[in-house]
Design a protein around this ligand. Structure first.
Ligand code: PEP
Length: 254
């Protein structure tokens, strides 16, 4: 099975409704039907329903940036999987490093969020990655292995399209400092071999593993040409139509 590249834009806490419209329609008009690439945007919760409506008849899919572990009830500020699904999302980002860092999300909580995504038939884009201190002390592989093992514990599915992994070294997110091609290659191969152990080798060879961390229109072609890289999760550069479109185009050329 061919792994179709996936280019996902994480808008984080950016984009009013008005700005969302300009961005998503800009992408849609710049690329009418992209060849052999899947495109996902992750607006803030306030814009999901609006953006889903705008892209309904296009190729663009919508993701939420987070999901509650709860299905409903007295959990002020939380958004459940059924709400996300009902608002038009197919994907949900789980365990982004900013959630781990600023909102103290643990591997166990992320495992529960993975279960919530499954319950509501949302495809999780599970983010893993080490901090700079962890890389410098030589612990990056142990950290990523633990993050994968705990987050995926209890995963029943063997459908490789039901999961996406994003390797995002924390030190490369929003810093302008991209991991080297060698570091990316090495970690993506490691993630695939870990998935072979945690799930099974066929699943591991078919699941998509994205890279994230200061991807832009200048470095995307080189990163996306790596054998074990199946797309990118993009923050800053996904907020500008021309940048994001050029990254999508660099995925289609590979
Ligand atoms: C991200 O937020 O997932 C990300 C990769 O951000 P940036 O592209 O800005 O580094």
């Amino acid at each position: 099975m061919n792994r179709i590249p996936l280019i996902a834009g994480n808008w984080k806490m950016n984009m009013t409704l008005y700005e969302s419209k300009g961005l998503v329609l800009g992408i849609h008009y710049a690329i009418k039907y992209p060849h052999d690439v899947e495109v996902v945007v992750a607006p803030p919760f306030t814009a999901i329903s609006f953006v889903s409506g705008l892209v309904r008849s296009s190729y663009i899919e919508v993701a939420a940036q987070d999901i509650s572990t709860h299905d409903a009830g007295a959990f002020t500020g939380e958004i459940s999987g059924s709400m996300i699904r009902g608002a038009g999302c197919r994907y949900v980002i789980v365990g982004h490093s900013e959630r781990r860092q600023y909102f103290f999300e643990t591997d166990d909580l992320i495992n529960q969020k993975m279960a919530a995504a499954r319950t509501h038939k949302l495809i999780p884009i599970l983010c893993v990655g080490e901090t700079l201190i962890e890389r410098e002390r030589g612990a990056c592989f142990n950290v990523v292995e633990r993050q994968l093992a705990v987050a995926l514990s209890g995963l029943q599915t063997r459908d490789p399209l039901s999961l996406v992994i994003a390797y995002e070294p924390v030190w490369a997110i929003g810093t302008g400092r991209t991991a080297t091609l060698e570091q990316i290659n090495e970690m993506h191969a490691f993630i695939r071999s870990t998935l072979a152990g945690v799930i099974d080798p066929v699943f591991a060879s078919q699941v998509r593993v994205l890279y994230g961390g200061s991807v832009n229109s200048k470095n995307s072609a080189a990163i996306l040409s790596l054998g074990d890289v199946d797309g990118a999760l993009i923050g800053g550069a996904s907020l500008r139509v021309a940048e994001f479109v050029s990254i999508i185009k660099s995925a289609t050329n590979n």
